[in-house]
Design a protein around this ligand. Structure first.
Ligand SMILES: Nc1ncnc2c1ncn2[C@@H]1O[C@H](COP(=O)(O)OP(=O)(O)O)[C@@H](O)[C@H]1O
Ligand SMILES: [Mg+2]
Length: 262
């Protein structure tokens, strides 16, 4: 690979009369860790679906892992991408065991049926669950887990096929303070691991951005209003125009804080 994991040129997505994304040009290189940030409805999930090869743009050109969307078999491409999002969590069949939810990711399917898994698959799933602090949950049913446990299991599932690109849509949404801090620390360690895949995480809170994330893209009303190195993008000026209110922004020990300016 030449190092370009994602390349979007002039990407637009229209649904009905609405422009969900407008003229987005964005490049993600190998080993970068990106955060996509913006208010509710800005188009973050839509942009992540483009990156996941789950959605074709209505305008512009998209390359994912050097495959051009529209000219490549997305069914071969998708197993190279790990995606964790609540849209997937909602589709988990009732009664699905945690271990099976992680194992089935090798086939990019949901719901264990009669596939055969060899012992290396099983030990990889167990190792990933262990690394995310879910070693105790292996035999539990997914639907009985707490929100924090579910989020961590979903990340283990996304990592199962050893993806070249890891996409996380609001991984900390719905967590309590302890759960959020635990997840942010884990994602920070993953970001620091040179063997980890290229990562793109969506959030609407700068407080959820782990230390070790290198780049940021700010979305407002479907448009990328700033992008680049995280410390050049996370300025009061950029974040204020992104969220549409005057903000002050601080950084402490590698973490970011934003609040309304007085
Ligand atoms: N199928 C659809 N038809 C029309 N509008 C949609 C559709 N899906 C999403 N939207 C709208 O597109 C905008 C962007 O959605 P989304 O990408 O989910 O935003 P975000 O993840 O930043 O909250 C929102 O205003 C949403 O209501
Ligand atoms: Mg969203």
């Amino acid at each position: 690979m030449t190092g370009e994991v994602l390349q979007l040129r002039g990407v637009g997505v229209r649904r009905g009369g609405a422009a969900l994304l407008r003229d987005v040009t964005w490049t993600v290189n190998e080993n970068e860790r990106w955060v996509i940030i913006g208010p509710n409805g800005a188009g973050k999930t839509t942009l992540l679906q483009i990156a996941a090869a789950m959605l074709h743009p209505t305008a512009g050109a998209v390359e994912v892992l050097e495959e051009e969307i529209g000219r490549t078999d997305v069914f071969e491409l998708r197993p190279r991408i790990g995606l964790a999002s609540s849209a997937i969590a909602e589709k988990v069949p009732t009664g699905e065991k945690v271990i099976d939810l992680v194992l089935t990711a090798s086939y990019a399917i949901l719901g264990r049926w009669q596939e055969e898994y060899d012992s290396t698959d099983v030990s990889r799933a167990v190792e990933l669950l262990d690394a995310l602090g879910c070693g105790e949950l292996i035999r539990r049913t997914f639907s009985t887990l707490s929100e924090g446990e579910r989020k961590r299991v979903q990340i283990a599932r996304a990592l199962m096929p050893d993806p070249e690109l890891l996409l996380l849509d609001e991984p900390a949404a719905g967590l309590d303070l302890g759960g959020r801090e635990d997840l942010v620390a884990r994602l920070g360690r993953l970001a620091d691991d040179p063997a980890a895949p290229t990562m793109v995480m969506v959030t609407h809170h700068v407080e959820e951005v782990p230390d070790g994330f290198t780049h940021a893209l700010l979305l407002r009303k479907g448009e990328a209003i700033a992008q680049g190195k995280v410390d050049e993008v996370f300025t009061a000026e950029h974040l204020s125009s992104c969220f549409g209110l005057p903000l002050t922004v601080d950084r402490q020990h590698g973490r970011w804080y934003a609040r309304a300016a007085r």
